[in-house]
Design a protein around this ligand. Structure first.
Ligand SMILES: [Zn+2]
Length: 86
């Protein structure tokens, strides 16, 4: 039997996949930033002060999904200590 929680997880994974596919169809320079890190990266890039390690995002998302469970952790950039500024 499939539980409601499993159905919610499956729907969340499906929506995330669809959003990422839709984003991939938009050229990078026209793509709307969806997270604070993407907004930070865009600002730092425009100001020409991006950290070389994280491209101005201040860190990266680490995907540790397994066994049908979606898990993503934020890993702060050690070079800029999360500021995204070089
Ligand atoms: Zn950095």
């Amino acid at each position: 039997m499939i539980s409601v929680a499993d159905q919610h997880r499956a729907m969340g994974a499906m929506l995330l996949t669809q959003v990422r596919q839709a984003d991939a169809r938009v050229p990078a320079e026209r793509r709307v930033p969806r997270t604070a890190a993407e907004m930070r990266a865009r600002i730092n890039t425009r100001l020409g002060q991006s950290c070389g390690q994280c491209d101005g995002a201040g860190g990266r998302t680490e995907d540790t999904s397994s066994g049908g469970v979606s898990r993503q952790n934020w890993v702060t950039c050690t070079a800029c200590r999360g500021t995204g500024v070089a």
